[in-house]
Design a binder for this molecule. Structure first.
Ligand code: ADP
Length: 436
């Protein structure tokens, strides 16, 4: 028999026992009265327990389960265990929800949760920044109302979200966003937005680069093709004309060769699989070599001087430094008219190694200076070509310097000349004693 029934039976047995004692002493009326008082007491007791239960049910999260007595004890104990289990699972749920929310907030992309009516339920800080959303005022607003862009409205109403929508951000027109809607649950949606501005820039640079290379190769190829046709068609050309055509074709072929070599150099410098070779480069020897090359290029048209003011050597790749510093010297020769002066200097200033080339050449307008190291950026295209330039020289210089943690400084005045300086960090300097 259960605890409940045995308690109830013992209660009735007690009342019957008391009534049986009272009956012979005071008569049946008193015995009945005793039973009635007992039952009334029981009624009040149960009503009191019920009232406590009701009070607790009105606010189960805040109040503790009341302590039941008598037959109510089991009920309240069971309720207590049930409430405890519920509270534990609720805590676990809240923790899991908080974890998901934190994960959503930590996402590098913007995330907006939308309900069945495309109203905003939640968004992370990146989405707030990308779309200018405010957590205090925008929760519950329709997303289409906040992102008032026809492209977006068309995308959301088309119900085909297999491809992302690429659009300019309404907040900053320089930012490009890729927006993807992901339906989930019952008519709910996640809006994921990614800033692809950098990716787009790289893509544009890649397209421009291919277009530039094709253009640079097409011109000499057309020239060579034209001369070959002429040689084929005009069999009666004089030896002199023929030699002249061959000379011109050789020039164009050399131009293509230089371009391809520069492209290969750039690609080698950019390759992650090509770590920098660290060797001690004696600067005075390297500079003497570069001076001889510059004199060869100048053919006596300029006065070229070299000042080696420090015996320090450099730690780095000799071939790369040769190419970068040689490029700066050859530019000085190429962009300085006949009779001009070029001064090459190596010194240690404030603990840093400084290589500089100063020319008295044509100079550069200030607005061009920040763009000079871009691939194929030339101020005067025809002058660059006439002097055998590919438009990649300073781009190569920039890459080599980056690999040596060095920086390029350019000062120039139109008509008066330019100074290109390369500053190497102290960590790349090797003192004279160590070199000897
Ligand atoms: P290029 O092969 O055309 O010389 P570079 O990348 O070496 O390409 O140089 C880019 C541009 O910078 C050149 O086309 C030229 O207009 C300018 N430039 C570079 N060095 C000098 C200089 N010493 N004096 C004047 N202009 C220069």
């Amino acid at each position: 028999m259960s605890d409940f029934w045995s308690r109830l039976l013992s209660l009735f047995a007690l009342m019957a026992f008391v009534a049986l004692i009272v009956w012979p002493i005071a008569g049946p009326v008193w015995a009945l009265l005793v039973v009635c008082v007992g039952l009334l007491g029981q009624l009040i007791f149960h009503l009191r327990q019920l009232q406590q239960l009701n009070q607790w049910l009105a606010n189960p999260q805040v109040r503790a389960v009341p302590e039941g007595r008598g037959v109510w004890e089991d009920t309240f104990v069971a309720l207590y265990h049930l409430a405890r289990r519920q509270s534990v699972s609720q805590q676990q749920l809240s923790k899991a929800l908080a974890r998901f929310q934190r994960a959503g907030e930590a996402m590098p992309d913007g995330v907006v949760m939308l309900d069945a009516n495309d109203q905003i339920e939640w968004f992370n800080p990146i989405a707030a920044q990308q779309f200018g959303l405010n957590p205090k005022t925008d929760i519950g607003n329709p997303i289409t109302y906040l992102l008032r862009q026809s492209q977006f409205n068309e995308y959301i109403s088309a119900h085909n979200y297999s491809e992302p929508l690429v659009m300019k951000s309404s907040r900053s027109p320089d930012t490009t966003l890729a927006i993807q809607l992901v339906p989930f649950g019952e008519e709910l949606k996640l809006l994921i937005s990614r800033d692809i501005t950098r990716f787009e820039q790289v893509e544009t640079m890649r397209r421009d680069f291919i277009a530039n290379v094709s253009h640079e190769l097409r011109t000499p190829l057309t020239v060579v093709g034209g001369f070959l046709e002429s040689l084929q068609d005009y069999t009666d050309l004089s030896e002199e004309d023929r030699a002249h055509f061959f000379d011109l074709m050789r020039d164009q072929t050399l131009r293509m060769q230089r371009l391809v070599e520069d492209l290969l150099t750039l690609s080698r410098l950019e390759s992650a699989a090509n770590p920098l070779q660290e060797e001690t480069v004696p600067m005075s020897q390297l500079l003497q070599q570069l001076l001889a090359e510059a004199q060869g290029l100048s053919q006596g048209r300029h006065r070229i001087a070299l000042e080696v003011l420090s015996e320090s050597a450099l730690l780095g790749s000799e071939s790369e430094l040769h190419s970068a510093l040689g490029n700066l010297i050859s530019n000085a020769v190429r962009y300085t008219p006949q009779g001009g002066e070029i001064m090459v200097r190596w010194e240690v200033l404030h603990g840093e190694g400084r290589f500089s080339v100063k020319d008295s050449g044509i100079g550069i307008e200030a607005r061009h200076i920040p763009r000079l190291t871009e691939r194929f950026y030339r101020i005067d295209r025809s002058r660059s070509r006439e002097t055998g330039g590919t438009g990649l020289g300073l781009s190569i210089v920039k890459h080599v310097l980056t690999r040596h943690q060095a920086r390029l400084e350019i000062t120039s005045e139109v008509g008066h000349g330019s100074t290109f300086s390369v500053v190497f960090p102290a960590s790349r300097l090797v003192n004279a004693a160590a070199v000897a």
